[in-house]
Design a binder for this molecule. Structure first.
Ligand code: ADP
Ligand code: MG
Length: 368
């Protein structure tokens, strides 16, 4: 197992990159702590696979270094890095049995037969394929083949890291949950450094200790699920995580007061905002409807009852404000204002979160 360090790393697929836009992966410095489970989360095309393939050695970065336990592996081939990687689509040997497919990485390393026997049995149980060990992989469904790929990725105990690139894409929804649970228990059992790529926030938030959010080739925040929820470092994190995502509204900020379309909003703390685009962000969970004349004037457009709560969609000038109201909340026709919990308002300048004055950025919540 290893700590993995990304030192000044960047990658462009172009031979002569000119500007930042030419980089699929923008400059990044980060330590992946030994033994932690990370999710790498972001929309399709944001650079997740590029980063993962640089860590595994499938791709040589155009700039910077990768270190495993402080040893520079940038020029080492994948095989020398001692990692397991599972891809989006199955990679199995069709002519081999399920058993031989699972045993392959162990035989390759010269493990002894009785250990292989036990280990393969254990993994087969985790992926729910004990009954099919003697079947040839050919003829199995894509779903079953992907489970074999996952099993092969998990079979070795001595790897530096386990890398998963959207491994559950072809797996049916119920099995997804099951396999994710198995991956988590594998992590508890062996404490491997794991990096799990996904574009699905639910997968990321349930799997990982720390979520690394990427947007447009850049890591915009690394944090616990709670940090991503409470203090999104970038407006993208606010939109992308949560359902619905954070409300983001253009504002001017003066000390501890924001002005939004002419209405004064108390921020609960003082801010010194840099020049440029200023916005405030409030999650729908921390917004409330009122009818007593205070707050931002809104007009309710739609109420969606999603079981545990209601999502209220309201128009506010040219924008939408979403409010989450309790399951039993009465939403009267006179509800024409929205108020925010001051302690849960975030202030953004040019899309990046501004810390209130008199507080220090928490290291865990910092963008890389
Ligand atoms: P993700 O895995 O988050 O969907 P990728 O890392 O695959 O994103 O891609 C990041 C960007 O790099 C995308 O714009 C994609 O089109 C581009 N890209 C990926 N692979 C290559 C390649 N082999 N050659 C050129 N461009 C690529
Ligand atoms: Mg990808």
């Amino acid at each position: 197992m290893a700590k993995i360090t990304l030192d000044n790393l960047a990658h462009s697929y172009l031979p002569n990159p000119q500007s930042e836009d030419d980089y699929a992966l923008k400059e990044l410095n980060h330590d992946w702590v030994d033994g932690e489970a990370y999710a790498l989360l972001g929309a399709s095309g944001c650079g997740k696979s590029t980063l993962l393939n640089i860590i595994s050695g499938l791709l040589h970065p155009s700039q910077g270094r990768i270190l495993f336990n402080d040893r520079d592996v940038t020029s080492e081939p994948t095989a020398a890095r001692n990692i397991a990687q599972v891809f989006q689509f199955p990679v199995v040997y069709d002519t081999m049995t399920v058993r031989d497919n699972l045993a392959f990485p162990l035989r390759n390393r010269g493990a002894d037969a009785s250990y292989i026997q036990d280990r393969v049995q254990h993994i087969a149980k985790m992926i729910g394929m004990e009954g099919e060990l003697n079947h040839k992989a050919r003829g199995l469904t894509a779903d079953a083949k992907q489970k074999i790929s996952l099993g092969r990725g998990m079979v070795r105990e001595d790897v530096n890291a386990l890398l998963f690139d959207e491994p559950l894409t072809v797996i049916d929804p119920h099995m997804k949950w099951e396999l994710r649970t198995q991956l988590k228990s594998l992590h508890h059992e062996f404490g491997h450094t794991m990096i799990y790529v996904t574009h699905d926030q639910t997968e990321a938030l349930t799997f990982a200790d720390k979520v690394v959010v990427m947007y447009d080739g850049r890591v915009v925040q690394i944090g616990t699920p709670q940090e991503l929820f409470e203090t999104p470092a970038h407006t993208f994190v606010g939109y992308f995580i949560g359902s619905p995502g954070m409300n983001v509204l253009a504002a001017t900020v003066d000390g501890s007061t924001a002005y939004i379309e002419g209405t004064e909003v108390d921020l609960g703390a003082g801010y010194s905002v840099p020049d440029g685009k200023v916005e405030i962000g409030v999650r729908p969970e921390f917004a409330s409807l009122s009818s007593n004349g205070t707050g931002l004037p809104i007009k309710i457009r739609r109420v969606e009852d999603v079981g545990r709560h209601k999502i209220v969609r309201a128009d506010f000038f040219e924008n939408e404000i979403n409010v989450i109201a309790g399951e039993g909340a009465e939403i009267g026709a006179d509800m024409n204002r929205v108020t925010f919990e001051a302690a849960h308002i975030n202030v953004y300048a040019n899309d990046w979160r501004v810390e209130p004055m008199g507080t220090q950025a928490s290291p865990a919540g910092e963008a890389a």
